[in-house]
Design a protein around this ligand. Structure first.
Ligand code: MG
Length: 251
């Protein structure tokens, strides 16, 4: 396994990629409402990405047919946007987005409530987001990868939630998915030692019920096996010798 260390120039490009991706997420968040289809959201987001002169990195990735992964309720990740998939009041929707800016990738995901949602659904969304922040408390030079995984798992499991094991976070840079893999569950080994200049996509995927997932017949959509709700939160971050810099969460 080789984990790439980014040059100052590459980091500058990834910072811009992350800044633009944050704008894409804000536009999508503003568009989410009961009655809109996941297809419409995909088109709105794609228009924003292309307005920056960027390319959506999920489009055609291993044949993925859309620019965003949009996953509703018990769908964990990799939902395919569809004209017939209409969002309803009370749904939760996970939007995973990525773009390429001058050859460098950015990747980030958020889960939103559609209209008024249940307190249970809101708690799942909030805890999943907090899992990310618990994890990156260890995303510093000198720490080991397993500390991030453990912090995410400990927090999610303290609520009785299931931590998805079949999908993991990843390094990111010139490619969307680079080494290392970043599990959200406890590891038996320490994993790599983190070094300044690594860029990582840390992405807890948390189920309200059990951790088990399955793939739908479209070969993309991952759903919870027990039908429970699932939430996702992800940012692209930069390891520094101090606090990590969250590249895809800027104001
Ligand atoms: Mg990712």
């Amino acid at each position: 396994m080789s984990v790439s260390i980014k040059t100052a120039h590459e980091i500058e490009l990834m910072r811009e990629a992350g800044r633009l991706l944050n704008i894409v997420h804000k536009e999508l968040a503003a568009a989410i409402r009961p009655g809109i289809s996941t297809y419409e959201l995909d088109k709105i987001g794609e228009r924003v990405i292309r307005s920056f002169g960027c390319v959506p990195n999920f489009l055609n990735y291993n044949g993925f047919p859309a620019s965003f992964c949009i996953s509703v309720n018990d769908e964990v990740v990799h939902g395919i946007p569809k004209k017939g998939r209409i969002l309803h009041e009370g749904d939760i929707v996970s939007v995973d987005a990525g773009l390429i800016y001058k050859g460098m990738h950015s990747d980030a995901a958020r889960t939103y409530g559609v209209g008024k949602i249940s307190p249970e659904a809101q708690q799942l969304i909030d805890v999943t987001k907090e899992c990310f922040f618990r994890g990156i408390a260890y995303a510093k030079e000198g720490h080991h990868l397993h500390e991030i995984s453990r912090a995410i798992a400990d927090y999610a499991e303290s609520f009785g939630y299931g931590v998805v094991r079949d999908l993991v976070g990843h390094g990111i840079g010139k490619a969307l998915h680079e080494d290392p893999q970043i599990p959200n569950f406890r590891q038996k080994t320490r994993g790599i030692r983190l070094v300044k200049g690594m860029t990582l996509a840390i992405e807890p995927m948390i189920n309200a019920g059990r951790a088990d997932v399955e793939w739908l017949d479209d070969d993309w959509t991952v759903v919870t096996e027990d039908g429970s709700l699932s939430a996702h939160y992800e940012n692209t971050i930069l390891i520094t010798d101090g606090e990590p810099e969250i590249l895809s969460l800027t104001e």
